[in-house]
Ligand binder design. Structure first.
Ligand code: GLY
Length: 354
């Protein structure tokens, strides 16, 4: 009981200082969660990340403000993060043990729960676009490796040379890992996966996630990012979720679907208990925050860390992470547009546990 009260109190503390009307549209993004320390990040580096997050946020917000779909907004926000070497997705992806960059991505439409995903692709500049093409132009949900690349070629995707994805910083992280027998967590410090969730003016939700995985991954390892229900989920009846973190734990908890399922069940229970009372409200911000925090606490209880972003049908953007920071941002039709990096900064965010 004490935990419940503490969680709700934290959620209230995380509210923005201004009253928010239900927005017509809403978008949230992340560029990874992890061990981020304001004392060790130079102002220049911080400004670089904030600018890159703002570019992604603005790209998604523009689509929504102009009446575009949540799906298009999610892609528009993720593409610049895949193109930026700052994030572990697309260009700037971490290296596998064998010195390659293998990319994973997924996307889901909350209208009909159609979904697409790719894993282990090496020559597709924007894996989020290939994931969406799997969704719209194949009978499948998930394609992997050489098969996914053959599909990409058939659908007209240009072959991007593998060198495009490789950056010196990521190569150095692999070298350091091998030389000092370190773990991926020691060298990555953060899970730089990127993602976006959106509500459009027609009330539709969408979610997308893209990553290079974890430094030194071997044997065709795949994390949560391309797995529908683990790293990505969207359902108009509940919410849209994108995750970033230690993929093995997010897979075991089924994080994105678990959050959506709890929200949907809460909505259904509230509607049933209201017995036709038209003033009955769907899941409110504090309840959605509580649900996200509870699922992240479950990840933590198994030993995993990371974070999630979600947007509800009412436009509440929720952030929950159990790391010291998460690159993140949100924008709404009510005029909110903000990015943040460390815990306790702007954006409705709660760190459940460090
Ligand atoms: N969350 C990304 C990964 O574990 O691959």
């Amino acid at each position: 009981m004490q935990k419940l009260i503490a969680a709700i109190a934290l959620a209230f503390l995380s509210q923005p200082a201004f009253a928010e009307e239900a927005p017509k549209w809403s978008i949230a993004i992340h560029g990874g969660a992890g061990t981020l320390d304001p004392d060790t990040m130079t102002p220049e580096r911080r400004a670089e990340y904030e600018a890159a997050l703002q570019v992604a946020l603005d790209a998604g917000a523009k689509v929504l403000a102009e009446g575009g779909s949540a799906m298009d907004a999610v892609k528009a926000a993720i593409i610049p993060m895949e193109d930026s070497p700052l994030f572990n997705a697309g260009r700037g992806a971490v290296f596998t043990w064998d010195g390659t960059n293998e990319l994973d991505s997924s996307i889901m439409d909350g209208r009909d729960r159609s979904a697409g995903a790719v894993a282990g692709v090496k020559t597709v500049r924007n894996p989020i676009l290939l994931a969406d093409t799997v969704r719209t132009q194949s009978e499948h949900v998930m394609l992997m490796g050489a098969g996914a690349e053959a599909f990409a070629a058939e659908k007209g995707f240009a072959v991007t040379p593998p060198e495009y994805f490789a950056t010196p910083a990521r190569a150095e992280a692999l070298e350091r890992m091998k030389a000092r027998k370190l773990s991926a967590l020691d060298v990555d410090h953060k899970f730089g996966t990127v993602g976006a969730v959106a509500l459009d003016q027609n009330g539709n939700l969408a979610a997308g996630t893209s990553t290079g995985g974890m430094t030194g991954k071997r044997w065709g390892r795949v994390g949560d990012a391309p797995v529908i229900g683990a790293g990505t989920y969207a359902d108009n009846r509940a919410c849209a979720v994108s995750a970033t973190g230690w993929g093995e734990y997010f897979l075991r908890v089924g994080v994105a679907h678990e959050i959506c399922a709890r929200l949907r069940a809460t909505n259904e229970a509230k509607a049933a208990m209201a017995e036709g009372d038209e003033t009955a409200k769907p899941v409110e911000r504090d309840e959605a925050q509580y649900i996200a925090d509870a699922v992240m606490a479950d990840v933590k209880s198994l030993g995993g860390d990371g974070g999630v972003i979600l947007v509800t049908p009412e436009g509440h953007a929720i952030f929950s992470f159990n790391t010291t920071g998460m690159y993140r941002g949100r924008a709404t039709s009510a005029g909110v547009s903000e990015v943040a990096i460390f815990g306790g900064e702007a954006t409705a965010s709660v760190t459940t546990d460090h």
